[in-house]
Design a protein around this ligand. Structure first.
Ligand code: PMP
Length: 545
């Protein structure tokens, strides 16, 4: 470990903790980073020293809190290169709220049929779902820039999509799955030439590289405190002053007004017009402490450190035959994250195996379901690094992946799971499909994003004669699906529709809390299917397959 990183680690006491006796290896930083003491100590200073509401009281504590909260806006504006200071920096709860602010303040009131919004196939749901709703409500068209097989946005395709109808272009600066750094300046030029504004989702870039919103040509730039060594509950929206001035408020209430009568109200100046009600005062002050912390490390150093770890991880992962990685290949700069899959071991199972070794990663679709569909995988495992991570930790990850299949077997046969589940894992029953099912139900819509399908053959009297299942889900879910098919054979659809906790009791409640979703998921799917069948929605049930 370099002395620099060793010194950084001293600032993060949580890194000294253990998980089930193993040292913590925290590699889930693209979801949320850890918080250094320099940041959380600002909470103590605030609550022990000058906790009060802002902009409301003529007393010393309120004055001190107001000054600190206002200064925090200036500091964070400076961090992202906004020369307009606090007037161009709105504090929100997170990136999601920042994007929604633009949707409500600009797009919903102004866009209509004939307008278009351009975004990309690598959007986080925070952006994708928001623009989808704006398009639905306004009649504007939503266009997606394709992502190439090597994880880049296709600039030529973008050129063909961004025409004079386009009012807004929204892209991530950095993909939270692929680690790709997008050519935001090129998008700014395309957007501006077409008379559109550019929103940059900076959730993954503000924490990891120097950001200059003016140099990149962003009209809006959204980010979250909890991904950049700051606290939860605070995020930011940079907006060009002229744009923010012309926009509708997002939320109404106290603080955001200037003058109120029974008939009408006028709005406060920037940024307060967009910060209705009591804001997250301590969190805002702590966000400024977080950017101070990062600037002390040096954002160039952060960028290099991130890229170094990502390259090392990528190189080691790519050297393995049983691993598939996603995004730009080795040698191309990326932020500190690598998403991958290990052959034959579902991400949820792999993250359980890793958790046993104290390693925290993220498995699933990372709020980018359409991107995973595009990559043709149900999900991926993402290891993401931050300023305190080391190459030794990457080695620990790689060691833990070794023989993942055997480790999975040991994991499922350990006494945390009932023998019954292990038996169904080793000897799955009723795998495959039925030629003439009365009912087919896909599990794609479950919250964990698992992919599976139940086929059920039902007799005229409602007796379930045969069941089968196909699944790309985790081993736990697959074993449970097998168990359910065995359990339901010979029972009635009505009984299936009434299932509530049957699987948990068949397993004697013997499974780790962390995997509860995987255990109850298949039961939820089959119960819903049975209810739909009884309600006469068979056609719909079949069509979800
Ligand atoms: N955009 C990207 C690219 C992200 O990675 C995330 C967080 N995963 C978000 C938006 C949403 O951030 P938040 O949940 O803090 O609003």
């Amino acid at each position: 470990m370099s002395p620099e990183v060793a010194a950084v680690r001293e600032d993060f006491p949580v890194l000294d903790r253990t998980v089930d006796g193993q040292p913590l290896t925290y590699l889930d930083n693209a979801a949320t980073t850890q918080t250094p003491r320099q940041v959380y100590e600002t909470f103590e200073a605030f609550y022990a020293g000058y906790n009060a509401n802002v902009h409301r009281g003529i007393h010393t504590l309120s004055h001190e809190a107001s000054l600190a909260y206002e200064a925090a806006h200036d500091r964070v504006a400076e961090f992202v290169g906004a020369s307009g200071g606090r007037e161009e920096m709105v504090f929100t709860r997170n990136t999601t709220e920042s994007i929604n602010l633009v949707a409500h303040g600009l797009a919903l009131p102004e866009f209509g049929p004939g307008d278009a919004i351009v975004t990309t196939e690598m959007e986080h749901h925070a952006s994708l779902v928001t623009w989808q709703q704006v398009a639905k409500r306004t009649g504007a068209e939503l266009r997606f820039v394709e992502v190439t097989d090597d994880g880049h946005v296709d600039l030529d395709h973008a050129k063909s999509l961004i025409d004079d109808d386009v009012e807004l272009v929204s892209i991530p600066h950095v993909s939270n799955v692929l680690g790709t750094i997008n050519p935001v300046r090129a998008f700014a030029d395309l957007a501006h030439d077409a008379g559109a504004v550019l929103l940059v989702d900076g959730a993954q870039s503000a924490p990891t590289r120097p950001v200059d919103v003016e140099a990149m040509g962003a009209d809006f730039f959204a980010f979250s405190g909890h991904k950049m060594a700051g606290p939860t509950g605070i995020g930011g929206l940079y907006g060009r002053k002229e744009l923010l001035e012309g926009m509708e408020p997002f939320l109404y209430g106290g603080e955001m007004i200037q003058h109120v009568t029974f008939d009408r109200s006028t709005w406060n100046g920037l940024p307060w017009k967009f910060e209705a009600g009591t804001p997250p005062i301590a969190e805002g002050i702590a966000l400024a402490a977080a950017v101070d912390y990062l600037d002390d490390l040096g954002m160039e150093w952060v960028r290099e450190h991130e890229n170094r770890l990502a390259q090392y991880a990528l190189e080691r992962l790519e050297a393995r035959d049983d691993v598939e990685t996603y995004g730009p290949g080795p040698g191309e700069e990326r932020t500190g994250l690598v998403s991958f899959n290990v052959d034959g071991v579902h991400g949820h199972d792999l993250s359980s195996i890793l958790n046993d070794r104290g390693i925290a990663v993220r498995a699933g679709d990372h709020c980018t379901q359409p991107l995973h569909d595009r990559m043709d995988v149900p999900g991926s495992v993402r290891a993401s690094f931050y300023v305190y991570n080391t190459t030794e930790e990457v080695d620990r990850l790689l060691d833990a992946i070794d023989d993942a299949g055997a480790k999975l077997d040991a994991y499922l046969s350990s006494d945390r799971y009932s023998e019954r589940l292990y038996d169904h894992h080793r000897n799955p029953r009723n795998g495959g499909s039925l030629t003439n099912p009365s009912l087919v139900k896909s599990s794609e819509e479950t919250s964990c994003g698992d992919e599976g399908e139940f086929h059920v053959e039902i007799a005229g009297d409602g007796t379930i004669e045969r069941l089968a299942f196909e699944s790309r889900s985790c081993a736990v879910s697959r074993a449970v699906a097998s168990l359910i098919t065995e359990y339901l054979e010979g029972r009635t659809v009505a009984e299936a529709a009434e299932m509530e906790g049957e699987v948990v009791s068949m397993l004697d409640g013997q499974f780790p809390d962390l995997r509860k979703e995987c255990v109850v998921g298949p039961e939820d799917v089959i119960r819903e299917a049975a209810r739909e069948y009884l309600d006469g929605e068979v056609g719909e049930a079949v069509s979800t397959a």
